[in-house]
Write a protein that binds this ligand. Structure first.
Ligand SMILES: [Zn+2]
Ligand SMILES: [Zn+2]
Length: 356
């Protein structure tokens, strides 16, 4: 194995820089992964790519980018307890301290240790490189039925959506409204189908996204974002509104639409990050007995559960990946993702680059 590898960095001016860096050596409790798939997230674009806007847990510290990594273990450091060379794994993308209350619940995303909480691709090197150094406790086993691109999609997007959907509960009783049909919105459609939702309605501002949601069969109805959206959704649901709404847009108007288009006793969850929302508590939620949830990423145990269910459901998150690029073309991958005129964009290696 060579001593040097290529890694992609995001200087914060809408460009991508490939640099040669040393291949890391796994220490105690760590593994070295040969990267196979690394997908690009909306938050990479929002907080890092155009400008380094993120603070705290979203502060980018000039590391190798990419927080949705999936690969194969090539070397195991001393003291590892479960995983071995050759294992295919997803990396839960926040490495927590492991011993605070949030970490003990499995939610390393909200680890309270300022010293030890480091997210891959934000504060420690991420997946946009030939190899990735990961801690064994951050790994989720990838079953043979799922591809590495499936796994990369679980590392952030699908995991985040699954968590939010478990919070509000989705069943065959439900019509679901999805505001924002980027990769997270599309993942919401795919998971709501398998959870049994009888009607899925999507709203977005980009025609390509509406078309994609229809073409992939993830939404039954799609609406161009506009002032009549609440009335339109009610019309599609017998006048009542949806039982469940999921905001993946982070747009203030779309969030208000999601709240108002939810029927009495309904539940909505906010997944899209940033921005604001304005609504009138009495008519919009209090008198109609509605509940609004917030949900941030997921836990390691729920990620394992999702992986198991994906196999049972024969659901392949990779189907939402519309473009694959080699690491050499990583700049094209980020600029396409920033345009929004795509589904999910993946940087792939080896067999995943040629797979369709
Ligand atoms: Zn993400
Ligand atoms: Zn912790």
């Amino acid at each position: 194995m060579s001593e040097q590898m290529q890694g992609a960095f995001l200087p914060g001016d809408s460009t991508t820089v490939l640099k040669s860096v040393a291949v890391p050596k796994p220490g105690h409790g760590e593994v070295l992964l040969r990267m196979k798939a690394s997908t690009i997230c909306g938050s990479d674009i929002r907080c890092i790519y155009h400008e380094h806007l993120g603070k705290g847990p979203e502060g980018y510290q000039g590391v190798v980018a990419g927080h949705e990594p999936c690969g194969q273990i090539v070397e195991v450091g001393p003291g590892c307890r479960r995983f071995a060379a050759g294992d295919r794994v997803i990396v839960y993308h926040i490495s927590g301290c492991g011993v605070c209350n949030d970490c003990r619940r499995g939610y390393m995303i909200s680890c309270t240790s300022e010293k030890y909480r480091r997210a891959y691709g934000w504060q420690r090197d991420g997946g946009m490189a030939d190899y990735l150094l990961a801690e064994e406790k951050d790994l989720v086993w990838l079953p043979p039925e799922l591809s590495f691109v499936d796994g990369a999609q679980v590392a952030c997007g699908f995991g985040t959506v699954y968590e939010g959907l478990m919070k509000v509960g989705i069943s065959g009783n439900d019509a679901v409204l999805i505001t924002g049909l980027g990769p997270v919105g599309l993942a919401t459609g795919a998971l709501c189908r398998k959870l049994g939702a009888h009607t899925i309605i999507g709203i977005d501002v980009i025609p390509e996204r509406l078309q994609l949601a229809k073409d992939l069969g993830l939404c039954d109805e799609v609406l161009m974002s506009g002032p009549d959206n609440v009335a339109d959704v009610r019309k599609l649901t017998g006048g009542a509104g949806v039982e469940r709404a999921v905001d993946c847009s982070a747009n203030d108007t779309a969030r208000t639409t999601a709240i108002r288009a939810t029927r009495k006793w309904g539940r909505m969850v906010m997944l899209g990050e940033g921005g604001r929302v304005e609504f009138n508590p009495s008519p919009d939620i209090i008198h109609d007995q509605k509940t609004i949830f917030g949900s941030w990423v997921t836990s390691t145990w729920l990620m394992e559960e999702l992986v198991e269910r994906l196999v049972t459901w024969k659901l392949h998150p990779a189907d939402l990946v519309t473009h694959r690029f080699a690491l050499d073309n990583v700049d094209q991958a980020y600029s396409l993702m920033a345009s929004g005129k795509c589904g999910k964009v993946a940087v792939c290696f080896d067999e995943e680059l040629t797979a369709a």
